[in-house]
Ligand binder design. Structure first.
Ligand code: 5GP
Length: 112
């Protein structure tokens, strides 16, 4: 069950500031507050989904495609497409998911 009382929902509502790098109709991307590499950007959905499985189960195929195409576009804009990067999405307790609003990490800018 999605709970709007999470930090990413507040960032989406612009109630909490973030360092935004990209925004379109399906997603918002901003720098992680606690980066684990030189580049660490979070891409969050505009729709309210708790995690990856929730997103791909409930969202339209068109918006799922738009979301993942945006992730690739953001990496391109960050200038890390050529050198390479990692995308990951922590899902659930064992993965250590902290924020219960679906998001993808884009990590790169150096050898990982
Ligand atoms: P998760 O473990 O849920 O995949 O990762 C959540 C990520 O969100 C962490 O990397 C954490 O540093 C980041 N984060 C948590 N709170 C904030 C915040 O208020 N602003 C930003 N920019 N990042 C946050």
């Amino acid at each position: 069950m999605y709970d709007k009382n999470n930090v990413f929902f507040k960032i989406l509502q612009k109630e909490i500031p973030s360092n935004i790098v990209y925004e379109d109709e399906v997603c918002l991307a901003f720098h992680d507050i606690n980066p684990t590499a030189k580049i660490h950007v979070l891409v969050i959905t505009k729709g309210c989904y708790t995690n990856f499985a929730d997103f791909v189960t409930k969202e339209s195929a068109e918006n799922i495609q738009k979301f993942f195409q945006a992730v690739a576009r953001i990496a391109e804009r960050l200038g890390i497409s050529g050198a390479g990067y990692r995308i990951l999405s922590n899902t659930g307790h064992d993965a250590g998911q902290e924020v219960q609003h679906f998001h993808v990490h884009i990590i790169g800018g150096e050898k990982l």
